[in-house]
Design a binder for this molecule. Structure first.
Ligand SMILES: Cc1ncc(COP(=O)(O)O)c(C=O)c1O
Length: 417
């Protein structure tokens, strides 16, 4: 969205109070103060529509999927498979069969590591990730590299928290078997130029997995336009339930991939002599899936679509700019991450005050932020800190909540002198 007038119109049309009315959990007091929920990168609150969709499943349609001829099972199956189509459209996939339901981002990455990369990874081969990855896009690759005698290579980032693209290109070589890159960093807020990075990897014949956990809630994502090989995200970070997420994979990859887990639903036939596996995506969904989670996720996506992704992005962008300015007015604050393009997350440290102390004082003011390493210890090390305070914004946050954050930080300063 390059036209600033268009942005202004979208923001004007966005009624944050009406949005807030849809989220029951926002209307409570914490420590005697109105809740200011700024921990959205960890998980988001849920709109009534999502809560109702999950409850509706249990009240009316509770049954197992894919197996029953009776009406409840048919209704559950329709709900589950319609949710797959909703996810497909949400991320711009061409085919619902490219959408595998998972427990979340973490499971999606483990699935790709196990079923796609493991059979291709030999001794001396390389897996390439960036210095700003979440532990879930580090540890599965470490485990796999150790098992196969392969090496984990890391793309460095600069002092602003941007990927050093020249280094990235230098690290790609004929031994690189996969690139795993975060779309939006949970610790720094950096929006990575994934489209360009994917094109570069493909020029070297290397497939790319994108960790979209922090991107999908804030940006319009189109996997076909990105041309990524795999894209993973979690439902709970985009207003859906916990325990559900999705893996997008190019169909040609999914068709070649070996099963991730064995069990019911992922087979066509089983005998003691051998088993014929089901087609993707069911090949990768062994056992009873998280049916109500998928239905709740679809409801969350429908909710986001109703509000409008451009309107959400414009609102959140303005919040991030204003919050950055407000926080920087407080003496002794240092931002961790000032990349060219950022989304949602504002990470900072305060001279001589531990982030946990800051988080505790803010909590006493009703302001919920995250204080810690954000499951990204290597990037903390890169910036010479062990932890930061992170405020992360969602579609229901307001200007007065930014003011509450700033007032809370002033109080922190007063308490610590
Ligand atoms: C960038 C990123 N990747 C992966 C994850 C892991 O997501 P989940 O715990 O939902 O699997 C997170 C969660 O914070 C994240 O922020």
């Amino acid at each position: 969205m390059s036209n600033p007038h268009a942005v202004a119109e979208v923001v004007d049309a966005f009624d944050v109070e009406r949005v807030r009315a849809d989220f029951p959990a926002l209307h409570q007091e914490v420590n005697g103060k109105p809740l200011v929920y700024l921990d959205n990168a960890a998980t988001t609150q849920k709109p009534r529509a999502v809560i109702d969709a999950v409850r509706g499943f249990y009240e009316r349609d509770c049954s197992n999927v894919h197996r029953g001829v009776h009406l409840l099972s048919q209704r559950a199956t329709v709900g589950f498979e319609t949710a797959r189509t909703t996810v497909k459209k949400f991320i711009g996939a061409a085919d619902s069969r490219s959408i595998v339901f998972t427990r979340g981002t973490t499971e999606g990455i483990n699935l790709v590591a196990s079923s796609f990369v493991r059979p291709r990874l030999g001794e001396g081969d390389e897996v390439l990730i960036s210095a700003m990855e979440h532990h879930s896009n580090i540890v599965p690759w470490q485990l796999l590299c150790e098992e196969r005698g392969a090496h984990l290579r890391v793309i460095p980032i600069d002092d602003d928290g941007d990927i050093i693209l020249a280094e990235y290109e230098r690290l790609l070589n004929e031994r690189t078997k996969i690139v795993g890159i975060v779309h939006v960093s949970n610790a720094l807020g950096t929006v990575n130029p994934v489209r360009e990075m994917i094109a570069t990897a493909h020029a070297h014949g290397v497939p790319v997995l994108v960790d979209g956990a922090q991107a999908v809630p804030h940006l319009a994502v189109d996997v076909q336009e990105l041309d990524c090989d795999f894209y993973v995200f979690s439902g709970h970070k985009v207003y859906g339930p916990t325990g559900i997420g999705a893996l997008y994979g190019k169909r040609e990859h999914l068709l070649e991939m070996v099963p991730y887990q064995g069990g019911g639903d992922m087979i066509l036939s089983v005998s003691f002599e051998g088993t014929t596996f089901n087609e993707p995506p069911h090949r990768f969904e062994a056992g009873t899936p998280n049916i109500e989670g998928a239905i709740g996720l679809a409801s969350a996506i429908n909710y986001v679509n109703r509000i409008g992704r451009d309107a959400i992005a414009a609102h959140e962008r303005r919040l991030l700019v204003d919050a950055t300015a407000a926080v920087l007015e407080i003496p002794g604050i240092r931002l961790i991450g000032s990349a060219r393009e950022r989304a949602s997350a504002l990470s900072f440290v305060m001279d001589g005050i531990h982030p946990h102390d800051i988080g505790t004082i803010l909590d006493s003011e009703g302001v919920a932020v995250r204080a810690g390493h954000h499951c990204a210890q290597p990037v903390m090390k890169r910036f010479g800190v062990s932890a930061t305070v992170r405020a992360s914004f969602a579609l229901y946050n307001t200007d007065s909540e930014i003011a509450a954050l700033a007032a809370g930080l002033v109080k922190v300063r007063e308490v610590f002198g």
